[in-house]
Design a protein around this ligand. Structure first.
Ligand SMILES: O=C(O)C1=C[C@@H](OP(=O)(O)O)[C@@H](O)[C@H](O)C1
Ligand SMILES: C=C(OP(=O)(O)O)C(=O)O
Length: 672
């Protein structure tokens, strides 16, 4: 997951390959609650691991459910409908699928068995309505106290005393703000069917109906057969009891699939985008997004558990659609509209206003930033593709779907009206995808081909001990970019030569060795042919050998291709001696870092001492001056600043100050 302040996506021109989807949020949280209320153990396979399921799991643990991970499987031991804890404060983040169903379940359990529970969330959750559900629970006789604004979380359910509930009178609930209120009642009311059936009557037109289908399907898996009259009246039979199915599998998330369906439709030109984990047999209503994508021109094939999407019509065909049945995936259509042959109009989306953010307002504002013409109203949005695309920093409003949708704007070079341009897209606060799809951007980068030269490079060159390694690593960390420590390649070659007994003067043998170096970088570790060489790589003696190895032109040539291969989306920070001059002469920013010999010798001295090595500052200074001379005067790629490099002398600068300086230069060169 990217936790950077922003993530810059290079322009993309193609997509293809396979993505394996994380589990469905809607299924995961329903299954967790049902398993938690059941008697006995449920083995849950392929559960979503994200912010929304974490808050549900934490709540269940607090309520006394046992949760045990066994590899990929989560074993949930439920409370069997009997409260183990009579009081708890539960924090439910921004997860509607946790807040609404837990409110209902705990309200009836607390009333029947005597308990009191407080449920709260992030500030936005306290702006998301829950009044219709609270009204329904109060009709039953459940005490519910507003702890903030009436009709919104935080809430307290139960007052610690046991009481009888009126389960004989049909419970009325409004369904036109969120279907989650009805889902919550359907999931919770089997708990109070001892004395007779419980009837729920929906008032007003129910929205997001397919989510009720998911609820009913899963209730069925847990032994509860709800009788119904369309979406207006539901009867939970007397004596209903949750019976764990023993094991249950969570499908991949159909709403998450929508981004990849869109990517296939936009950029699946040479090969398809294959989506695994969800298929045309899905129980999730958002699978119907496929119909909308087809109507826009996508070629979609599919079977159980898989979809394959290619570009069909291009540009995409403009669409007008009532999206009431696919509220989440509909957002993806709004962004696909950027690539359509005319304005697209999405209606029936009033519920967007009360989700993670006001999604109609947010979508309108962000699509306008890239150049689209947008008209929005209480329950619709109309998007006309940009006449002129603009590079944009897209705000995400702590809304995972705004971030994932925003990424689709990076295919702008393919737009009919792109005018040959290729613009990067900045996603502000990419971390918000953690709500349902923590590794969304990693999955995206696996599938896409950036435009030629589109992947940005920040080159940091400088002499030994100038602090460029530290600076480059921190820059890469803050930008979410890959890091090339080119010195490590020379060092590894030197170590490999030592292992193989090859002389450091034997240029042809060293070059051959360098060409087939089996190097792997994982986090802070480096492996050479499977051996961890992280520590030997850093030794002074290895540095000295590397300096000798690197004078050979044939070795430099052999490592060239390997270095270029580090340039992958979203971007690269390359650290070395000739990154800006030889390897990436077209780098977007070149920094040449220097520090006085005294400052560098002192830093190296402190570094060695702190690791418990002995060191002599005078010989360190002499040694690095000698290496400077050799690096500056070697025939091939000598150490010197590129003509267009920014010089940074950090003799008297802290690491933070250097990083800030370079990031400032970087921002100036970005088009946002
Ligand atoms: O029940 C569910 O799992 C959901 C129902 C939908 O909400 P609304 O019913 O509020 O539209 C949907 O937007 C949400 O992401 C998940
Ligand atoms: C509306 C959404 O979430 P929630 O389950 O919190 O309602 C969503 O995931 O788009």
């Amino acid at each position: 997951m990217y936790t950077t302040a922003f993530l810059d996506l290079p322009p993309f021109v193609r997509a293809g390959g396979t993505v394996r989807l994380p589990g469905s949020k809607s299924i995961s949280n329903r299954v967790l609650l049902l398993a938690g209320l059941s008697e006995g153990v449920t083995a849950v396979h392929d559960l979503l691991d994200s912010d929304d399921t974490k808050v549900m799991l934490e709540a269940l643990a607090r309520l006394g459910c046992q949760l045990e991970r066994q590899g990929e499987v989560l074993q949930v031991t439920g409370i069997g409908g009997r409260l183990r804890t009579r009081e708890a404060q539960l924090f439910l983040g921004n997860a509607g699928t946790a807040m609404r169903p837990l409110t209902a379940a705990l309200a009836v359990l607390a009333a029947r068995q005597g308990g009191s529970f407080e449920l709260s969330g992030v500030p936005r959750m306290h702006e998301r309505p829950i009044g219709d559900l609270v009204d329904a629970l109060r009709q039953l006789g459940c005490p519910v106290t507003d702890l903030g604004r009436a009709g919104y979380p935080p809430l307290r359910v139960g007052d610690g005393t046991e009481r009888a509930l009126d389960t004989a009178t049909p419970i009325r609930v409004r369904g036109d703000v969120s279907s989650q209120f009805l889902t919550a009642l359907l999931l919770a009311l089997p708990l109070v069917t001892q004395d007779g059936p419980v009837t729920i009557q929906v008032e007003g037109e129910l929205i997001s109906k397919p989510y009720i289908d998911i609820t009913l399907r899963l209730l069925e898996r847990f032994g509860i057969a709800v009788q119904r009259d369309g979406y207006a009246c539901f009867v939970i039979p007397q004596g209903s009891r949750y019976r764990s199915p023993g094991r249950i599998h969570v499908e991949g998330d159909a709403s998450s699939a929508s981004y990849f369906v869109a990517i296939g439709a936009i950029a699946g030109v040479d090969r398809p985008v294959r989506i695994e984990g969800v298929g045309l047999d899905s129980i999730q209503g958002d699978i119907r997004f496929v119909d909308a994508a087809r109507a826009m021109g996508a070629q979609v094939e599919g079977g159980p558990g898989w979809l394959e999407v290619r570009r069909g019509a291009w540009p995409l065909k403009a669409l007008t659609l009532d999206c009431n049945h696919i509220p989440d995936a509909a957002m993806t259509l709004a962004v696909m509209a950027l690539y359509a042959d005319g304005p697209c109009r999405l209606t029936g989306i009033a519920s967007w206003r009360v989700k993670e953010t006001d999604r109609i307002a947010a979508m309108a504002a962000e699509l306008r930033r890239v150049g689209a013409t947008v008209v929005d109203g209480a329950d619709f949005i109309e998007v006309a593709p940009p006449k002129r695309w603009q590079a944009a920093a897209l705000q995400t409003y702590d809304d995972h779907r705004m971030a994932m949708c925003g990424s689709l704007a990076a295919f702008n070079p393919l737009a009919a009206n792109a005018g040959g341009g290729a613009l990067p897209v900045r996603i502000v606060d990419p971390r918000c995808v953690g709500k349902t799809f923590p590794d969304y951007f990693e999955a995206l980068f696996d599938l896409v081909t950036p435009s030629a030269g589109g992947v940005p490079v920040l080159a940091v060159d400088g002499p030994t001990a100038s602090g460029k390694g530290t600076l480059a690593a921190e820059l890469a960390h803050q930008l979410g970019y890959h890091l090339l420590d080119s010195g490590a390649l020379y060092r590894a070659t030197a170590l490999a030569a030592q292992d193989a007994g090859i002389s450091l003067e034997d240029e042809p043998a060293l070059a051959e060795l360098a060409a087939r170096l089996e190097l792997r970088f994982t986090g802070h570790q480096v492996f050479l042919a499977g051996r961890d060489i992280t520590d030997p790589l850093r030794l002074e003696s290895t540095g000295g050998m590397a300096s000798r190895v690197s004078v050979h032109p044939a070795v430099r040539k052999a490592l060239h291709a390997l270095q270029l291969s580090f340039r992958r989306a979203p971007g690269l920070v390359a650290d070395g001696r000739d990154m800006g001059t030889v390897v990436f002469p077209e780098a977007d920013l070149k920094v040449f870092l220097t520090a006085s010999a005294d400052a560098r010798a002192e830093r190296r001295y402190k570094q060695l001492i702190s690791k418990g090595n002995s060191a002599n500052i005078d010989s360190l200074r002499a040694d690095l001056q000698m290496r400077d001379e050799r690096d500056k005067n070697r025939a091939v790629a000598p150490l010197k600043p590129a003509e267009d490099a920014m010089l940074l002398d950090n003799s008297h600068l802290s690491v933070e100050a250097s990083v800030e300086k370079v990031l400032g230069w970087w921002q100036q060169r970005r088009p946002f």
